[in-house]
Design a protein around this ligand. Structure first.
Ligand code: GDP
Length: 301
């Protein structure tokens, strides 16, 4: 479907062979190709333009090393610049000094938040932790039931709690969260992962509720879950969540689809928060720590 960027560059550089240096003129076509490829990969426009300028500055006037063809040289520069944007932070977690550490999961409905909550629990369990899960989506019983089912499938502790029949609202959300944190401490769980209510769109109510949860729970991590297939929309919601909550990391789901993963660059760029994991399927173990090199390889083809 997508033409391989390295091949495109090969084409645009066929005239360059033998010239010895990469100049302003002969790089223009290559930069156009790079720009297009990045946009096709869902990297947002502002990020693309900034990257292109970095690449131009580094490339123009650089001597073509004898060991590398001009194309190889540009490919290397593009590769390095993309990795720079993504950063080299790995999937490390901050923990609070007083257990349980709280991980607050944020994201829109359908992004894969509940599935990812379970995947993360499984990953932490493998790392020797004892996570407890809670869903504070008091608005959708099906969401709480879904978390219960996945928690059972991975044998993770779940705080179910009881909903007050008087109705669902932020007070209920906070009550459940408070109880879950206490319960996690009682059970000797060192981590509480809180699956929050998702909405179809971002609204003030959702953000206020998230902010109230943050204030109550003092989470050591606030992870934004985004569906990689939604490209630019994922970037916009990342920005909105980050503006309100200051996220500490992001997880891109559905990377088993044909999304090129440019959203990773954009999310990193607009929020400053590292991408920590990728979701690569529906099963709890379809989850991997984020490696910038792999996404860059995927974008460049
Ligand atoms: P939530 O509304 O954000 O909690 O989203 P869910 O966890 O319910 O996920 C929505 C749909 O996406 C479900 O059908 C999941 O099985 C699916 N899903 C979640 N993560 C992935 C992933 O990494 N790959 C694929 N292929 N599907 C996923």
């Amino acid at each position: 479907m997508f033409e391989n960027l390295s091949e495109k560059l090969q084409r645009s550089f066929k005239n360059l062979r033998g010239e010895g240096t990469i100049s302003d003129e002969n790089i223009s076509e290559a930069l156009r190709e790079i720009r297009l490829a990045l946009l096709e990969s869902d990297v947002n426009l502002a990020v693309v333009d900034e990257l292109i300028e970095h690449i131009r500055t580094r490339a123009v006037g650089s001597q073509v090393a004898t060991a590398l063809s001009p194309t190889e040289q540009i490919v290397k520069i593009v590769h390095d610049e993309l990795v720079n944007v993504l950063g080299r932070d790995t999937a490390r977690f901050k923990f609070s000094s007083q257990p349980p550490s709280v991980i607050l999961m944020a994201g829109l409905q359908g992004s894969g938040k509940t599935t990812t909550t379970a995947k993360l629990a499984q990953w932490l369990k493998k790392g020797g932790h004892r996570p407890m899960l809670v869903s504070v989506d008091v608005y959708r019983p099906a969401a709480r039931e879904q978390l219960k089912v996945v928690a059972q499938s991975i044998s993770a502790q779940l705080y179910e709690g009881h909903l007050d029949v008087k109705g669902a609202g932020t007070d209920e959300v906070l009550r459940l969260a408070r109880e879950a944190k206490r319960e996690a401490a009682n059970y000797g769980c060192d981590i509480l992962i809180v699956d929050t209510a998702g909405r179809n769109h971002i609204d003030a109510e959702l953000m206020d509720e998230m902010a109230a949860l943050k204030k109550l729970l003092n989470p050591s991590e606030i992870l934004f879950v985004a569906d990689a297939m939604t490209g630019q929309d994922a970037v916009n919601s990342a920005k909105a969540f980050n503006d309100h909550l200051t996220i500490t990391g992001a997880i891109l789901t559905k990377m088993d689809g044909d999304a090129r993963g440019g959203a990773a660059l954009s999310i990193r760029h607009v929020t400053g928060a590292p991408i920590k994991f990728l979701g690569t399927g529906e099963k709890p173990d379809a989850f991997e720590a984020f490696h910038p090199d792999r996404i860059v390889g995927r974008i460049m083809g």
